[in-house]
Every structure is written in structure tokens, then in C-alpha cells.
Design a protein around this ligand. Structure first.
Ligand SMILES: Cc1cc2nc3c(=O)[nH]c(=O)nc-3n(C[C@H](O)[C@H](O)[C@H](O)COP(=O)(O)OP(=O)(O)OC[C@H]3O[C@@H](n4cnc5c(N)ncnc54)[C@H](O)[C@@H]3O)c2cc1C
Length: 530
């Protein structure tokens, strides 16, 4: 696969003025290794373009690892009349599910009816629209349930007797980003992590970009025929690099936080609770032993680099879910938390939770084009990527059509997208593998499990156990194939083993990486334990 051939900036030729370059220019420079940048790099590389992706931190280090992790139509957006967004999102659910059935899976959500909030007929109507707006083949329709008889009723206050059950999907968000980058790389893209784009200048039909390796400080100048600004919360900052790329649009930064508590219930149904302020709150089974609760909408005006949850947000989430659970959730229950910044398109809404979650693409169609991305959701990233590459087609002059709708991501080659059958097959092929480890590898690596376990035939051959279910063979794989360089990359983004780890796991992983020349200078972490 392509990661081994992935060049670091210091390997590339330094160069002077734009016309001194000996190397042919890249077709496309993508700035930002969140879900949108990685998805665009994959789409463009698959259409034969020479692509360079630069990410200033780790892949998915910012918004794209801090989501609620749902591939969903967004029931709530129907109330804002965002029908087109809901339709496109619903259509994407099954496309994405088929592309990566190991890291994306269906869930049945329960929406308890609250007598003093939205009326039953309104919810029923909303779910009817939700069921029919985007087409469904794999996911079952919604239905009403009696909570006095349903497994999910027992932990709720007895006043909640009726609920609605409907389908959406779960996604391992940070892994989705990495798999898109992997596929881009396998198709010939150069992926430069911990490499910041510091400057961009238009020179006739080329862009001249200055990239800096954040580990060493080395700089590299690179020519590209087109640029995609997928810098998420930093999209305005990148647009300011060159005055010829002035923007008519602005980004609006809305922070959202989540808390994780020890598991509140023992069944597989996530809840979606209505809150008195009109927002909704999720309570989702998480990482086997936990429940994920969130989220919030807080407008920010400062630096999006290292946002963190505030105590008011913790109180808000606890109060909202305690309206429903028999046993109240209190701030002392929090075992971990994370916060991220939604880079939304500024549609001048008064209320932060009402700002549209749809995306706007801005094309500056000069001889050297630049496309900037405002807003969006993980759910719509593939479609967004397709549109961005289509937009660049006339100027960059390539013929290849869109291709990602029917393609799988690395690890997604699972027959009929049937994960249960795949897991049983893995059990037969790796009978020596501990059942929990097998499920973990099947879920996170899918059909790549063969590469992960290549040459191993007994538990002892997985190597050192670092705690939290992390064995040396997985660590090795993440370094060789998924750009992992620091303990945080491994424990909080490529996996969530940080939640299950022992006190010394982080230290031991860091030492292992350091012995291999990695991680020593890798920069900060945006997701610290609560
Ligand atoms: C609380 C919350 C909950 C959410 N829940 C959901 C959900 O359940 N489902 C859903 O579909 N969506 C959800 N979203 C939305 C979704 O997470 C975002 O739309 C998406 O992750 C944005 O991706 P991005 O690639 O645009 O931004 P990012 O992930 O932030 O990526 C941008 C990247 O650009 C890099 N960068 C910036 N400047 C430079 C530079 N100069 N040089 C190099 N790199 C640079 C940054 O380091 C960053 O990694 C949620 C968002 C939040 C905050």
C-alpha cells in the first residue's frame, strides 16, 4: 500500500521563485486533513489527479474527531425546513454504510414522548418524512413503542410510557478520516501530516504554497494548479493568505461538547431526548463500558486550536438527560469529555443551534482555482468531495467521472456489507484470537485484519500488551499504515483505547514510539481527559 511511499517534506526539493521548479506541479493541493480534506483528496486521486494533502496536526485532530459520531439525516433539521440537507444526508447513510460496514453500523434510536414538549402527531409526521425522504434499503422504518414493555424503558422515569424508534447510523469518525486518507494515498496522493500551509500566492496559472514541517521547522515550497481550502475552523484564515482569493462568505464557529460516563444502561438502543429549550440531547452506548452524552452549541470568537468543555456545558448536559433517566447524571460522573468546533457557514442566524448545518462551496474560478468549504457534516462529506472535484474539472481539465458512490474504503471489502457474517468468518480463520480482541480488530480494521495479523498465529505473537487492549502488532500497524506518531494519535483517534487504558499505558506507548524516532516532537493534543 501507499503509505510506505509517502514522502515527508524534507525529502522534497527546496526551490526558489515559482519558475525555478524542476518538479512538475501538483494538480491539487488540499489544505486540511479533517473529513472534508481527506474525502476530497481521495476523490481527486481516484480521478487520476496528482494530489498533495497537508494537515498541520494529526489527521482528524480537530472537529472531525469531536462529533457525536452519527451518520444521520438530522431529524431536528426538519423543524428548520432544511429538507434538502435532510434528504441528501439520508441518501448518504446507506452509501456510506456499504462503503465501510466495519466502522459504520446501524442503530435504532429511541425518542421518548415528553408530554409537555413536541406533540405526538408532530413527531409521527417528522418520522414519516424521515422514513420516506431519502430512500432506504438496508435500514428498517420507524415505529411507535410502549416503554413499559421495551428493554429501553426500565432506566427511564415511569412518566415516560411511549417512544418512537427509528434508524440512523454510528461512525467511528476519526477512523473514517484516516481511511479516506489511506485510500487517497493508495491511489497515489501524497499525505503530509503535521505539515502546515503557511502561505499561498497566485502566480498566473499556479499557486505557490509554503509548507512547514511542524516537527522540524523545515519548509518546502510547492506548486499546485489548484487549491482546496478544507481548513475547517481555519477556512477564513487560509483565505486571507492571498488577497486575490477574497471571500464573500464567512465561517461561524460553534463549539459543541460531549461527556462520557460509566454506562447508564445495558441495552443497545441510544436515546434522543428533547430538551425544554428546543434542542435535542443524545445518550449513546459507547465503547462497551460507557455512555456518550451530548451535545452543546456555544458560539466562540477566539482560537479554535485547543477548545475544551466548560463547567456550564457539563451542567447543561447533566440537567438535560436527568430529566429522563431515573438515576440523575451529575458532573462527578464524568470520566472523559471532548469538545470540537463546528465550522459553519454564516447564514446570519440569531441562534447558534439554528445556524444551517448544510455546506456552501465557494469556487474562485481563475486560471489557478481555489475552492473553499464552509460548513457541512461528516454525513455529507463524500457528496461534498464529489462536488468539489466536479467543480474543478473544467479548469483543471480532466475527464474522469465521479466514482466513490459504489467504492469501498480500506477494510470495507465485506461481502454484502454483512458485518455479522464477516465476524463469524474471522472467528473461523483466527480461532486462536481472544474473542474481545477479534471483535475489536474486525470492527476497526475490517478486511484489513489479514494485513494486521499477517504472520501471527497465537496470542503471544501479538507482542507486548500496553494496556487497554493495545498490543504491539496494532501499534506497529498504525505507525506503518495510518500515520500514527504520538500516543494520543493511537489512544484517542485511531482507537479509543485511551478510555480503557492503564495509568502507565500512555507513557509506555510514547516510549515505544520514541525508540522508533517518532512522537518526540509531535505537537499538542486537543482532546485531553476530563
Ligand atoms: C459537537 C459536534 C458534533 C457533531 N456531530 C456530528 C454528527 O453526529 N454527524 C455529522 O455528520 N456531523 C457532525 N458534526 C459536524 C462534523 O464533525 C464537521 O462538519 C466536520 O468534522 C468538519 O470537518 P472539516 O474537515 O471541515 O474540519 P476539521 O475536521 O476541523 O478539519 C480541518 C483541518 O484543517 C487543518 N488545518 C487548518 N489550517 C491549516 C493549515 N494552514 N495548514 C494545514 N492544515 C490546516 C486543521 O488542523 C484541521 O485538522 C459535529 C460537529 C461537532 C463540533
Amino acid at each position: 500500500m501507499g503509505v510506505a511511499g509517502n514522502r515527508q517534506p524534507q525529502d522534497r526539493p527546496e526551490a526558489g521563485p515559482a519558475d525555478d521548479f524542476t518538479e512538475a506541479p501538483a494538480d491539487l493541493l488540499v489544505i486540511g486533513g479533517g473529513i472534508n480534506g481527506s474525502g476530497i483528496a481521495r476523490d481527486a486521486a481516484g480521478r487520476g489527479l496528482k494530489v498533495v494533502l497537508c494537515e498541520k496536526d494529526d489527521l482528524a485532530q480537530h472537529t472531525s474527531s469531536a462529533s457525536t459520531k452519527l451518520i444521520h439525516g438530522g431529524l431536528r433539521y426538519l423543524e428548520h425546513y432544511d429538507f434538502l440537507l435532510v434528504r441528501h444526508s439520508l441518501q448518504e447513510r446507506e452509501v456510506l454504510l456499504r462503503s465501510a460496514p466495519h466502522i459504520i453500523w446501524p442503530l435504532r434510536f429511541l425518542l421518548p414522548h415528553h408530554r409537555h414538549l413536541r406533540p405526538r402527531w408532530l413527531i409521527r409526521l417528522g418520522l414519516f418524512i424521515y422514513d420516506h425522504l431519502g430512500g432506504r434499503e438496508l435500514l428498517p422504518a420507524s415505529r411507535g413503542v410502549d416503554l413499559r414493555r421495551h428493554a429501553a424503558g426500565a432506566v427511564l422515569k415511569p412518566v415516560f410510557t411511549h417512544a418512537f424508534e427509528y434508524s440512523d447510523c454510528w461512525v467511528q469518525d476519526a477512523r473514517l478520516v484516516v481511511l479516506n486518507a489511506r485510500d487517497a494515498c493508495d491511489r497515489g496522493a501524497t499525505v503530509l501530516t503535521r505539515t502546515r500551509c503557511n502561505a499561498l500566492q497566485r502566480h498566473g496559472s499556479y499557486w505557490l504554497a509554503t509548507l512547514q514541517d511542524c516537527r522540524t521547522g523545515n519548509t518546502l515550497r510547492l506548486r499546485a494548479r489548484g487549491v482546496v481550502n478544507a481548513a475547517g475552523p481555519w477556512v477564513d484564515q487560509v483565505l486571507r493568505y492571498d488577497e486575490s482569493a477574497a471571500s464573500e462568505h464567512r465561517v461561524r464557529l460553534i463549539k459543541g461538547s460531549h461527556i462520557v460516563v460509566n454506562k447508564l444502561f445495558d441495552h443497545p438502543y441510544p436515546y434522543i431526548f428533547q430538551h425544554r429549550d428546543g434542542r435535542v440531547m443524545f445518550a449513546i452506548p459507547y465503547e462497551r463500558d460507557y455512555t456518550l452524552l451530548g451535545t452543546t452549541d456555544v458560539e466562540i470568537h477566539g482560537d479554535p486550536q485547543a477548545v475544551a468543555i466548560e463547567s456550564e456545558e457539563i451542567d447543561y448536559i447533566c440537567t438535560a438527560v436527568s430529566e429522563y433517566f431515573r438515576k440523575p447524571v451529575v458532573p462527578q460522573d464524568v470520566v472523559w469529555s471532548y469538545a470540537g468546533v463546528r465550522p459553519l457557514f454564516d447564514d446570519a442566524s440569531q441562534n447558534a443551534s439554528k445556524v444551517t448545518r448544510d455546506y456552501v462551496l465557494q469556487l474562485d474560478d481563475s486560471a489557478a482555482p481555489i475552492v473553499s468549504i464552509f460548513g457541512g457534516k461528516i454525513t455529507t462529506y463524500r457528496k461534498l468531495a464529489e462536488q468539489v472535484v466536479d467543480m474543478l474539472q473544467p479548469t483543471l481539465g480532466f475527464a474522469a467521472p465521479a466514482w466513490t458512490a459504489g467504492a469501498t474504503l480500506p477494510g470495507g471489502a465485506i461481502e454484502n456489507a454483512d458485518f455479522d457474517a464477516f465476524q463469524s468468518d474471522c472467528r473461523k480463520r483466527f480461532p486462536w484470537l481472544d474473542a474481545d480482541v477479534l471483535l475489536d480488530y474486525a470492527r476497526n480494521y475490517g478486511s484489513e485484519i489479514d494485513r494486521l495479523l499477517q504472520g501471527r498465529g497465537a496470542m503471544a505473537e501479538l507482542g507486548t500488551h500496553f494496556g487497554g487492549g493495545l498490543y504491539e502488532c496494532e501499534l506497529q500497524y498504525l505507525v506503518e499504515h495510518e500515520w500514527a506518531e504520538s500516543a494520543e494519535d493511537v489512544l484517542w483517534r485511531r482507537t479509543k483505547k485511551g478510555l480503557h487504558a492503564r495509568a502507565d499505558t500512555r507513557q509506555r506507548v510514547s516510549e515505544w514510539l520514541k525508540q522508533r524516532g517518532l512522537g518526540a516532537t509531535a505537537r499538542g493534543v486537543s482532546q485531553a481527559g476530563a
